[in-house]
Write a protein that binds this ligand. Structure first.
Ligand SMILES: Cc1cc2nc3c(=O)[nH]c(=O)nc-3n(C[C@H](O)[C@H](O)[C@H](O)COP(=O)(O)OP(=O)(O)OC[C@H]3O[C@@H](n4cnc5c(N)ncnc54)[C@H](O)[C@@H]3O)c2cc1C
Length: 387
């Protein structure tokens, strides 16, 4: 379904083929990754080696200038092999994509950082904190940056730092009292005072090793101060965040494929043939595919509107809506897939129970459902006022 309908060009086809060469290897590592909450380092290294992690860079910086549609297609494919790998590398792809699309840093810094990305650097934003919760809600970071003897000294603790075992760079948000604003600092892994505390003991996306990042008087020079915001970035339009719904759609696809295969093979002795011939099972398969179509068509439609510069300015709440629709559909799809398979889906050796736990994490990645719904309602009311 995906191949025929959603691959539009040779670039995408080539990348899909390259990724599919890794499919069985990535899948073979998922059980251990999940059971031991162990980061899938080999998967990420394979992606670096094939040039995947530099794809979002513009061509002049050594990348392929991928579109949001490319991002969504490739991310859902990686996530269908292994969810933790998909979400983890998705953060890197989206951070790099947004930085260069919006030119968020000075040119000199963009140029030097692109060289690092081309050499295998991995970056993620470390924004969440225990006291502020999701940064998208606009809370002020408890992490502080203070200027001392010409250097910035950063102290604080971040939670949920996905990909912490392999990140080479952390984009840390910190409150700057003297400016009464929020700074973002690009900090290298080797910085003195930076450490990872292994706190990631969760039921979902265990392999992402999204541990705490501890910053104990980390000193950096001025050129590490890369972004500044007077107000929180709560209303930032960032299409690169579509890597999130793409990830959960990939997991839902994997669950669907497993369940359909099971239905076409499982033959209990109460019937002749397989359970796939039963109306109750066909009803579930039909509903799953209907839900998958709805979710995927919506996601790709929004991605394509964003990729069309003439239509892009008219996007209001579609990005958040795509995340909402796809994530909730994916949760339903995994649930229905488990109903098809029955109690066998509960076995710890069965991938469906992992999909069920992993897909649930989507609810707690940005933007959160209640914020999306509120924004849609507020837009509707505002439009009415302006008419
Ligand atoms: C698998 C995974 C990977 C992640 N990776 C990263 C990462 O790499 N980097 C990173 O920075 N973060 C990351 N996060 C963190 C994520 O972005 C959120 O910050 C985190 O999940 C906390 O969100 P929350 O909604 O539960 O938190 P909170 O904001 O604490 O909200 C908890 C609950 O309180 C309510 N609530 C709180 N504040 C408000 C408010 N102002 N208005 C209305 N209701 C409110 C809501 O009901 C909400 O459900 C990751 C999270 C997950 C699950």
């Amino acid at each position: 379904m995906l191949k025929e309908l959603f691959i539009k060009n040779d670039f995408q086809r080539n990348w899909m083929n390259q990724l599919h060469q890794q499919e069985m290897v990535f899948k073979s590592r998922s059980i251990e990754t999940d059971e031991k909450a162990k980061f899938p380092k080999e998967n990420i290294q394979a992606l670096i080696d094939m040039g995947f992690t530099k794809l979002p860079l513009p061509k002049e910086y050594g990348g392929e200038n991928i579109s949001i549609t490319d991002l969504v297609l490739l991310q859902e494919t990686v996530a269908s092999f292994d969810g933790a790998t998909g979400l983890a590398i998705g953060w890197h792809q989206s951070v790099v994509g947004e930085l260069y699309e919006k030119k968020l840093w000075k040119e000199e810094k963009l140029t030097s950082f692109a060289k690092e990305v081309c050499s295998g650097a991995l970056v993620n934003r470390a924004a969440s904190e225990a006291q502020t919760g999701s940064p998208t809600r606009g809370g002020r970071p408890g992490t502080r940056a203070v200027k001392k003897d010409g250097k910035w000294v950063i102290t604080g603790r971040k939670i949920f730092t996905t990909m912490s075992p392999v990140l080479t760079h952390f984009l840390v948000t910190a409150w700057i009292e003297e400016k009464e604003g929020m700074g973002i600092f690009l900090i290298e892994r080797e910085a003195v005072g930076l450490s990872i505390e292994e706190t990631w003991e969760v039921m979902s996306m265990r392999g992402t090793e999204s541990h705490d990042l501890v910053l104990n008087h980390v000193e950096v020079t001025e050129d590490h101060f890369v972004e500044y915001y007077q107000a929180p970035r709560a209303n930032n339009v960032n299409a690169w965040l579509l890597h999130i719904p793409a990830c959960y759609l990939g997991i839902a696809q994997a669950a669907r494929d497993y369940a359909v295969k099971f239905a076409s093979e499982y033959s209990p002795n109460s019937i002749n043939g397989t359970i796939g011939q039963l109306p109750n099972v066909q009803s579930l398969i039909g509903q799953i595919d209907l839900e998958l179509m709805k979710a995927r068509h919506f996601l790709y439609s929004v991605a394509q509107i964003y990729d069309d510069e003439a239509r892009r300015p008219f996007i209001t709440n579609e990005l958040g809506a795509a995340k909402h629709i796809v994530t909730n559909s994916s949760i339903n799809i995994v649930d229905q897939a488990m109903r098809i398979v029955g109690a066998k889906s509960l076995h710890l050796s069965n991938p469906l129970q992992r999909y069920y736990r992993d897909v649930r994490a989507g609810l707690h990645n940005p933007p959160m459902d209640d914020m999306t719904i509120t924004k849609i309602a507020q837009t509707a009311l505002k439009e009415m006022e302006n008419n």
